[in-house]
Design a protein around this ligand. Structure first.
Ligand code: G5P
Length: 214
């Protein structure tokens, strides 16, 4: 969990690669359905473009079947659940082992998102200061053009940050009460990452990607 630009995607990919977990990103699935112009994509487009949360029933229908297909795997969710209703829907189909919450100052979030560029087909994320592409404006692997999300533009960003605060609190309180919440604060992903990595090293058996009891 964490506000837009807090580094959820960047850290999630590191976790998934380092610990062999399946990676599921709600934002990526939403953008994929928008790009494919599916019925669901047309419905969610106006929310995502304005930086508003997609309705809970739509999100739950998008995410829960994917988790059900992964019953025998260990996985990492990025961006879901965002609301208490989503957290309750998730709780009804599985038991979470741990939740990571990122606390990043507002000014840092604003700077990062205005500098973010994406390769739409793969979801690869670049930042002109932090992890720039080898060739400006082009994806490192395919050489295809990079784009900026509509929801990273300043008007959408303010709405996204405000919404995040309002809806995240009850979810964070829920996970705190379950004793599974781990919060990390800072302005640099590379400084936060070693703490997250060592937390997970203590919990995950890297040979099979299973969460242990320690
Ligand atoms: P998303 O795609 O889930 P957001 O808004 O939660 O989007 P976002 O914007 O993708 O989150 P992030 O994943 O937290 O941000 O961060 P990131 O992409 O890793 O990093 C942000 C930028 O900073 C990148 O350019 C990265 O390279 C750079 N960066 C990272 N670390 C550092 C650092 O240390 N230093 C520097 N300089 N740069 C760094 O959701 C999109 C929309 O979909 C809908 C909503 O409309 C949402 O707005 N949605 C949902 N709606 C309802 N319910 C849900 N569950 C939903 N999930 C998505």
């Amino acid at each position: 969990m964490g506000p837009p630009g807090s580094g959820k995607g960047t850290i999630s990919k590191r976790i998934a690669e380092s610990f062999g977990l399946q990676y599921l990103s709600s934002g990526h699935y939403l953008r994929e359905s928008i790009a494919a112009n599916t019925e669901a994509g047309i419905l969610v487009k106006r929310y995502v473009e304005r930086g508003l949360l997609v309705p809970d029933n739509v999100m739950t229908r998008l995410m829960v079947p994917r988790l059900e297909q992964l019953r025998n795997h260990s996985w990492l969710l990025d961006g879901f659940p965002r609301t208490l209703a989503q957290a309750q829907a998730l709780n009804s189909v599985c038991e979470l082992d741990l939740v990571i919450s990122l606390n990043i100052p507002y000014e840092t979030l604003k700077d990062r998102l205005s500098d973010r560029w994406i390769h739409p087909a793969s979801g690869r994320v670049y930042n002109m200061g932090f992890n720039p592409p080898q060739v400006q404006g082009r994806d490192d692997i395919t050489g295809e053009p990079l784009i900026q999300h509509e929801d990273d533009k300043p008007e959408a960003l303010v709405a996204r940050l405000r919404h995040y605060k309002d809806v995240a609190k009850p979810v964070i309180d829920l996970y705190k009460s379950q004793g599974i919440l781990h919060s990390f604060s800072g302005t640099e992903t590379d400084r936060i990452w070693p703490y997250i990595s060592s937390l997970l090293s203590a919990k995950i058996d890297t040979h099979c990607g299973k969460i242990g009891q320690n």
